[in-house]
Design a protein around this ligand. Structure first.
Ligand code: GLY
Length: 549
């Protein structure tokens, strides 16, 4: 090879990597947030700037899950370092362990799900503020302004959202619930401009005063006065005391990837890693299983039984309980748990013990900037439209996240998840979550950014998206749209399943004894980097929008 030829090759390689580095991508749950995230990146903002701007936009245009009245987790990979912003809600100081039980110690249905008593102290504004302080590059005001404009000037109501709002109003009426949701959203009409003046005023205070524009002064006063009038628990001292936390993400190798995922108070990161690692133990050196075939679904369901038995026993807020994360993802422990899997038959659910001695909503987005930084962010007010309560005078919906605590040991929450002492209610404690924003690195570079809503099914959407991309080499669109299935120990031997899984496979699973529950779950937003070329996709069943640019 001549020197000139080598020089040419090197020049081509360098310019190719420069082009790859210049590429950015967003995978967002709606078009408004996608447009704003893209605009912030094109303005020179980084992935965290785009995430903060998008988070506020979603509080306006995706009210079923986007929020300033809820919380979430932001996983960041920036300048070759990882960070995790925990902005999960906390129990108010006047909350107590038995607050959802009647005099006979039975759980009162709906009390932790609807109305002002269902809400934890919101964490979103504090989380965005902390993310901005640590990683932001554009001014805070620039990042909140697009959301303010959409609330103040209005946005054109999408058909899917209008339909969702009116179905929800009908549902709360049918349940006989006295909630003020319809006063704020009842006028929503497809194709018409929808304005939210009270929310706009709140966003203006957040834009101008930052963190304190929500947790102190006017907004805090409005929230506390409304809570007092409506019979809720959150008062001004709870808001003033709220702090988002920066935590160390779970980081562990899996195959040739480094998995970065969510630590407690999420159960999701431990669960995603356990699922991937047991799968790897059980399939290593064997022929790849047929995707969504009987053996694949049974094996992953068997693993799911163990994952959820551990979740129920050990996972909770690490500021209150000691969570044995290291042991739960330890290689030897994983191998032992994988060894308990019955390859041929369904393990008896009640015999699967912990191994060591929602309509559901939430929303997720994934962003990669031109410098190769990434954000994987999941945010929630729990069920669609949260508690159904809008803070009068401040215009935002409050979460019903208190249902993610274990109201009573062994009694399932709305997602069918059981828990015990580790996740019992205590003042200022964070309720356990399944949100699992996850990033996979390969050789120190982003390979995949993924996440989804869906309560406990989040964990499944995330780990199956990783298997789709890694084991089955799918494109981003195939990765998010490929039918998924979920098993979580309880209800007994029940597999929840998307449409599209082969009928013959379904019949064989039924013959094995599985009960099949054909209901869709999740709304994956994924970005995959294949050799420097970004590929982004939003799950087709949702309102998502992705761009690579
Ligand atoms: N609210 C759903 C979750 O955090 O898991």
């Amino acid at each position: 090879m001549t020197k000139r030829f080598i020089y040419l090759l090197v020049t081509l390689w360098v310019s190719a990597s420069v082009v790859a580095k210049e590429q950015a991508a967003v995978a967002m749950p709606d078009k408004f947030s996608a447009d704003v995230a893209k605009q912030i990146l094109q303005q020179g903002g980084n992935a965290v700037d785009a995430a903060i701007a998008a988070e506020f936009v979603l509080a306006v245009t995706l009210p079923e899950a986007g929020n300033i009245g809820g919380g979430g987790f932001m996983l960041i990979y920036k300048d070759n370092k990882s960070d995790f912003i925990d902005y999960r809600e906390k129990a108010p100081s006047r909350a107590h362990r038995d607050m959802y039980l009647d005099e006979n110690k039975n759980v009162i249905p709906g009390k932790s799900l609807f109305g002002p008593l269902a809400s934890g102290v919101p964490g979103t504004v504090a989380g965005m503020w902390l993310a901005h302080q640590k990683h932001g590059s554009l001014p805070w005001k620039t990042l909140v302004e697009p959301a303010y404009k959409l609330a103040n000037d209005g946005f054109v109501m999408p058909q899917a959202l209008a339909g969702y709002i009116h179905r929800y109003i009908k549902r709360i009426e049918q349940k006989g619930l006295k909630l003020n949701f319809a006063n704020y959203f009842g006028s929503a009409k497809t194709g018409e401009v929808f304005k939210q003046p009270e929310l706009a005023a709140t966003l203006a205070r957040i834009r101008d005063q930052g963190h304190d524009g929500f947790y102190k002064g006017e907004t805090a006063k409005i929230i506390a006065q409304f809570m007092q009038k409506a019979g809720g628990l959150i008062h001004e001292a709870d808001l003033a005391a709220y702090q988002a936390a920066a935590r160390t993400p779970i980081q562990k190798d899996w195959r040739e990837y480094q998995v970065l995922t969510s630590p407690p108070p999420s159960s999701g990161g431990v669960a995603v890693y356990q699922w991937l690692a047991m799968y790897q133990d059980l399939t290593a050196g064997k022929q790849t299983l047929a995707h969504n075939g009987v053996e694949y679904i049974h094996l992953l369901s068997e693993i799911g039984k163990r994952v959820f038995a551990d979740r129920a026993k050990y996972l909770g807020d690490p500021d209150f309980v000691s969570v044995p994360v290291k042991q739960l993802i330890d290689d030897k422990y994983i191998a032992r748990r994988a060894g308990e899997v019955n390859r041929k038959q369904i393990s008896v659910s009640k015999d699967v013990k912990p191994g060591l001695h929602e309509s559901e909503e939430t929303t997720h987005f994934s962003i990669v900037d031109k410098w190769g930084n990434a954000v994987s962010n999941t945010t929630t007010i729990n069920l669609g439209f949260g508690s159904g309560v809008v803070v009068e005078g401040a215009g935002f919906i409050l979460n019903d996240e208190m249902d993610d605590f274990s109201s009573k040991p062994g009694v399932a929450n709305v997602f069918g998840a059981v828990g015990g002492k580790a996740n019992e209610i205590q003042p200022h404690k964070r309720m356990l979550s399944s949100m699992s924003p996850t990033i996979l690195l390969k050789d120190g570079k982003i390979f995949m950014v993924t996440g989804s809503p869906g309560g406990t099914t989040i964990i499944t959407s995330v780990y199956q998206s990783i298997l789709n991309a890694v084991e089955y080499h799918m494109t981003a669109q195939q990765t998010v749209d490929s039918p998924r299935f979920h098993h979580q120990l309880w209800p007994k031997d029940t597999i929840r399943m998307h449409a599209g899984i082969d009928q013959g496979v379904q019949s064989k699973l039924s013959e094995m004894g599985y009960k099949l529950d054909n209901r869709h779950f999740g709304d994956l937003q994924a970005i995959i980097n294949r050799d420097g070329q970004l590929d982004a996709a939003s799950e087709s069943s949702g309102r998502g929008q992705s761009y690579v640019f």
